[in-house]
Design a binder for this molecule. Structure first.
Ligand SMILES: NC(=O)c1ccc[n+]([C@@H]2O[C@H](COP(=O)([O-])OP(=O)(O)OC[C@H]3O[C@@H](n4cnc5c(N)ncnc54)[C@H](O)[C@@H]3O)[C@@H](O)[C@H]2O)c1
Length: 286
């Protein structure tokens, strides 16, 4: 029987960490968010407040529930403050030495039975777990962006992850209203392993078949039933995020389709990173 998770820590309150902390407080968990500075931590809380306020304005959330959710969030710049968490989810930058450093410290400060999870997209969960003395309590909990909106969560089992830790992570995600799926610690896990090379194929077709981004998206939404066209999707994810994930998969698996197409590298060099910069394949008004 997996241990019940009450208190949750989230390390890094950037794009993903703030979203994950929002999921956690909305699911009723006392949650402590860690950042490298109080300003960044407050920025994370402001992001959560903004999305919850919008939900209230749209009538999807009661004001009292919003207030209760925000009240469950506390902030810190000290990892030692995560000592009594049952689950800690790490969402710092995608850099192995940094994540290993964070896990080594979490291993020192948290209770031995706490589950330590990484939200990494492309790093090996096993290599992160190896920085701890308890790799059996380490799993991947891979959310999709935006974490409060997208239902899927990949629960990643590394070779040494225990059944109990995997089950605890799965049940926590399910209890938070997500749709968890189980998979092993392989490059790209499930969705990125399939989607990244496929999106790269789509981008290559733009040049090979002299198609406009508008027509490519029209083709894939109308011909393949995709809910969103591939160019719009890469713009939403962020060209830089997609390029980084492509490079990581290509490094690990070596398939040519996984390497980022030249066209994406060019957009990245030009700073056309998609929706977040207002320009990518398409133009976005502010
Ligand atoms: N952005 C996505 O679409 C996406 C999707 C799924 C998974 N991920 C993964 O989630 C993780 C975070 O990505 P992101 O997009 O949220 O990045 P981000 O840059 O928006 O946020 C990272 C945050 O970590 C903080 N940070 C850095 N060092 C820290 C430390 N030692 N302690 C605490 N906080 C620290 C930074 O200040 C920053 O706020 C990465 O591993 C990424 O691969 C990203």
């Amino acid at each position: 029987m997996a241990e019940r998770i009450r208190k949750v820590g989230v390390v890094g309150l950037g794009t993903m960490g703030a979203g994950i902390a929002q999921v956690s407080v909305q699911a009723g968990h006392e949650t402590i968010g860690h950042e490298i500075s109080l300003d960044l931590a407050e920025r994370g809380r402001a992001t959560i407040d903004h999305y919850l306020t919008r939900a209230v304005e749209k009538g999807r959330l009661a004001q009292a529930d919003k207030d209760a959710a925000i009240a469950r969030l506390t902030l810190t710049t000290e990892l030692a403050d995560l000592a009594d968490c049952d689950l800690v989810i790490e969402a710092v930058l995608e850099e192995l030495p940094l994540k290993r450093e964070v896990f080594a410290e979490l291993d020192r400060v948290t209770r031995p039975e706490a589950v330590l999870a990484t939200n990494t997209s492309a790093l090996s969960v096993a290599e992160i777990a190896a920085a701890t003395e308890r790799p059996e309590r380490v799993v991947g909990i891979h959310f999709f962006n935006p974490a409060p909106v997208l239902p899927l969560v990949e629960i990643v089992r590394a070779p040494e992850s225990s059944d109990d830790a995997v089950r605890a992570a799965y049940e926590w995600a399910e209890g938070a209203g997500k749709q968890p799926v189980n998979c092993n610690d392989t490059p790209g896990f499930i969705v990125n392993r399939i989607l990244i090379p496929l999106l790269n194929d789509c981008v290559r077709v733009l040049d090979e078949a002299a198609v406009t981004p508008e027509d490519l998206d029209k083709a894939m939404t109308n011909g393949a039933g995709w809910p969103m066209g591939p160019c719009a999707l890469v713009d939403l994810v962020g060209i830089d995020v997609h390029v980084h994930a492509s490079e990581a998969l290509h490094d690990k698996l070596g398939e040519e389709r996984m390497a980022p197409p030249e066209r994406l590298l060019r957009l990245q060099r030009e700073g056309r990173l998609g929706r977040k910069t207002g320009h990518g394949f398409f133009e976005y008004g502010s």
